[in-house]
Every structure is written in C-alpha cells, then in structure tokens.
Design a protein around this ligand. Structure first.
Ligand code: NM2
Length: 526
C-alpha cells in the first residue's frame, strides 16, 4: 500500500465531517432527524434566496461567456480535433450527470405539483395540470444544466489551454486564491466539495433504493423491508466494487452503454404503446408554458410568506431550492467529467451543448414517463394519487409502469436500469472522491483501496438516513451539504474569467470565431 501518495489532511478532514454527521444520527435518530429538519427549514427559508440567485446567475453567466470572446477559446491547440462526435459526447455527459433519480422524479414529480401546485393555484385544477406537466422540466432544465456546466469552465481551461490537469477543486481556484490553496483553505475547499458530493449521492441512493426495492418486490413477491433495501444498496456497491477491483473498467462503461439502450427502449415503448398523442401534445405545450413563465419561476421566493396572515405554501423551498442545491453538490464533479470529454470544442460549444442536450434529454424522460402517469390520473384509468397516498411514491412509480402492456418485462428493465444507474453513480463518485484525496494520480487511476474506501463511505450516510426515514430528511442531505458549494461556485466562475482574461490580453482581434491560445512564449495566433 502506497500511503505517501495520499493527501492525509483532506482525507481525514472529509472522513471527520461525514462521521460527525452520521454518528449522532445513528446514536440519536429521532433528535437527529429533528435537528436535520430544523437545519433544513432554516437553510431553505432564510438562505433560499442564495440558491435561487445562484441558479439564475449561473445561467446568465454562462450565456455571457458563451457569446463573449471567452466563448471562442478552443480547448486544445489549433490542430486538435473534437475528441468525441457530438452525439456520443452528449450521451456521455448526460449519463455522467443523470442517474437513477431521473427515473424516480420523471415518473412521479407531476403528482406532487398536481396536488400541491405553486402560486396558490387550486389543486387538481386545469392550471395545476399545466404546472404538473411543466414544472418538472424547469427543475431539470436550462438552469439546472447551467449549474452543472459552470465548474467545467475553469477545469477544462486548465486541462486543455494551460495544460495543467486538475483533479482537485482547490487547484482550479488557484488563479483567485493564489498560494492560499496550498494551505488549510485549499483543504477546506476540497473537504467541503467532498461533503457536498457525499450529501448529493446520499439523496440519490436514498431515493433510488426504495424504488428499486419496490421493483424487486413486484417481480419476486418478496416484501419491501429494510433488509431488502440494505441488500440493494450493497448490491449496487457490489456491482461497482467487483468491476473496479478486478480492473474491469470497461465493464462499467459497457453497463452504462447498455443503460442508454434500455432507457431508450422503455421511453419509446411507453410513447408508442401509451397515449402517444397526449404525451406528445402535453410535452410540446409544457415547453411553451415553461418558456413563457421561465423568469417568474426562476426568481420566485414567495415573499408574502414572511408577512403574517398570508399563506406559506413552502413550494419554492421544498422544490426549487432543494433542486438547485442537489444539482449544485454534483456540479463540480460533473464539471470534471464534462471537461475531460470536451477536448477540441470551443468553450461556447461546450456550454451550449451541455445546456441544450442536457435539457432535451430530461424533457424526453419527463415528457414521456411523467405525462404517461398524468394521463392515467386524468383519464381515471388509474388513480395514481390515491395509490401514492396509501403506498408511497416508490410503490406508485412501479404501479404506474404496471398499467402498461407486458408490464412484467417493463418493470424488470426499469429496475435493472435503476440498479445500474445507481452502480455507475457509485463508480464515478468514488473515483472523484478518491482522486481528490490523492496528491497525484500518476498511475492514471486513484489507488484501488482508496476508491473502495470511499465507495463504502458513500453508503454510510444513505443507510443512516434510510433508517431514520422520511423524504424530508433525505432532501436535506443535499441542501445543507450544498450551502458551502455556493461559494465554491463563485470562486470557480471568477477563476475562469481571471485566468482566461489574462491569457486573452494579447488578443486584440476578436472577430474570428475561434481563438487559439498558445502559451509559454509561443507566438499567439488567432
Ligand atoms: N440530479 C440531476 O441521482 C442522480 O440521478 C444524480 C441528480 C442532480 C438531480 C444527479
């Protein structure tokens, strides 16, 4: 075991922070859940505005960068070709940023909006139906993808233009913080990023597991118990652990390819054998509603809730703030990945591509899975809401699929899909966590024991959260863990502008479409 390569302060720092959260929760589950819920309410009601501002500013910032001189910078030298064709690039970035959660929320999110719509609209009204079909796309749309893309800017810039590969977030804010990143501040940044990612993965695992358990139960008849859920979490970790331990890196990649085909199969099946016209029309109409209302939704904080006598729906806190926090904690990690696959593209192509393809992909899932459920509800052929109120959301998701022809096969594919998604989330998250606590990755891969260690540490929080139960407790994992990441995002944006701005100084001529920056005394050409 080569221990010299480990960056112990970061390693121990991250471990301490995760244990400091988990151990009290294990010892005092009820008080723990209460504290977490209080922290959640406090964060979202008092600081919700920061998440909302971060969301909308990320979008504007990226659009500005995309269409300014910065957007023209090419990632890589003049002769560098795009490393991946746009379609496989889009497929890869989508599967990096999206996991089992999309299967969960795309199928059921509408039901929450239908019953508890925003803007004090009457539940189950025509307006509530419109929100039900469109608000999910908003929460998985352009702002969400802008949050994902922002960290990719400095990371890709250092990777391909300054040719200094960074795998640490602290390293990518060096232009702003200078030497301070070599000290405790750098450690703090990495530890907070790791904590955020563990919180986000916690939310993912804790949502995905009960859903997979319902699928398994539906197929085999085994009842859903804590034991079954534990086995499922261990299985997801196991799939990944075996593949990473035996060096079957390719294995997991093959699995995620298979996943894309399985997902496309399920989506086309539901589209063709479900209410095709309703799904198609509702999806298109929802895109219009979203575009029409976009700025209203993206800034809505329900200020009247602070005045006595006015109703507080809690909608922005429970949904938009929660979602932005969740995308936020995954963002630096997805940024590392997007950067790695974007060689040969301009910054503009990287930004617009991620936002457009990402949003379109999510529209596909929400449009088909969500509107299928909505149709069942509205047409009266299956009362999803009543079922959900009685048996919970994960069971309702499987029940919706059970309304389809050959539902046995569909539920099976759906469950396998979710399990593989979960395993690949483990795979990539533990890869990044392990990389961040190493001084270097000379061998190309973080040490094996290090990766496995973080994979199992990732299990710790969700398992604990599962035992103390409740969706709200789960949501908090991302919200609380995401708060410090807001500041890291600001540093990342600043650092990109600073570094590329310095390098661009020599350029007086911006009328060309692509700018090549060649550093180290080489003559700069446009
Ligand atoms: N996001 C996209 O659980 C997952 O699918 C991973 C979740 C941030 C809501 C990401």
């Amino acid at each position: 075991m080569n221990n010299k390569i480990i960056d112990w302060p970061t390693f121990i720092g991250a471990l301490v922070i995760i244990l400091a959260v988990t151990i009290p929760l294990i010892l005092f589950p009820e008080a723990g859940a209460e504290v977490i819920n209080l922290a959640n309410t406090f964060m979202t009601t008092k600081f919700g505005v920061f998440y909302i501002l971060l969301g909308i500013s990320s979008l504007f910032f990226l659009l500005y960068v995309a269409f300014s001189k910065y957007g023209k910078i090419k990632l890589g030298g003049r002769d560098v070709k795009k490393e991946f064709k746009t379609f496989s690039w889009a497929a890869m970035l989508f599967s990096a940023g999206i996991g089992s959660s999309i299967l969960y929320w795309a199928t059921i999110e509408w039901a929450y909006y239908y019953e508890g719509p925003p803007f004090n609209v009457e539940p189950r009204s025509i307006e509530a139906i419109e929100y039900a079909a469109s608000y999910g796309i908003f929460h998985w749309g352009p702002i969400a993808w802008a949050i994902y893309t922002l960290p990719a800017l400095p990371i890709a810039y250092f990777y391909y233009v300054r040719k200094k590969p960074v795998l640490k977030i602290s390293e990518s804010v060096r232009p702003v913080l200078g030497k301070a990143v070599d000290g405790p501040l750098g450690v703090l940044i990495d530890v907070l990023f790791m904590f955020g990612l563990m919180g986000g993965a916690g939310t993912t695992l804790a949502l995905g597991t009960p859903m997979i358990a319902e699928g398994v139960s539906d197929i085999t008849g085994i009842p859903v118990t804590m034991g079954l859920q534990t086995i499922i979490m261990l299985a997801a970790t196991g799939i990944f652990a075996v593949s990473s331990y035996t060096g079957l890196q390719k294995g997991i990649r093959v699995l995620s390819d298979i996943n894309i085909y399985l997902a496309l199969f399920i989506l086309s099946f539901i589209f063709l054998f479900g209410p095709t016209l309703f799904i198609g029309e509702t999806t298109i109409t929802s895109i219009g509603i979203l575009l029409d209302d976009f700025f209203r939704w993206s800034t809505w904080l329900e200020p009247l809730a602070n005045v006595n006598g006015f109703e507080d729906s809690g909608f922005p806190e429970a949904w938009t703030v929660f979602y932005w926090a969740w995308w936020l904690v995954y963002a630096p990690f997805v940024g590392l990945f997007v950067a790695r696959i974007s060689r040969g593209r301009t910054i503009r192509e990287m930004i617009l591509g991620t936002m457009i393809w990402g949003t379109l992909g999510c529209i596909l899932f929400f449009g088909i899975l969500g509107n299928y459920g909505l149709y069942l509800q509205l047409s009266g052929s299956f009362d999803v809401i009543a079922f959900m109120n009685e048996h919970g959301a994960p069971a309702a998701i499987i029940a919706i699929l059970n309304q389809l022809p050959i539902s046995g096969i569909i539920v099976l594919i759906f469950t396998v899909l979710a399990l593989i998604f979960l395993a690949t989330t483990f795979d990539s998250a533990s890869y990044i966590l392990a990389s961040v606590v190493q001084k270097n990755i000379n061998t190309g891969e973080p040490l094996r024991w290090n990766r496995l260690f973080w994979a199992f540490t990732l299990l710790l929080l969700p398992m604990t959260l599962m035992f103390i139960g409740g969706l709200e407790t789960l949501q908090t994992a991302s919200i609380v863990a995401g708060f410090p990441v807001i500041f890291i995002m600001v540093l990342l944006a600043w650092s990109f502008i600073k570094a590329s701005g310095e390098d661009l100084k020599a350029h007086r001529e911006y009328r060309t479409n692509v700018i090549y920056i060649e550093r180290k005394g080489q003559k700069e050409r446009k």
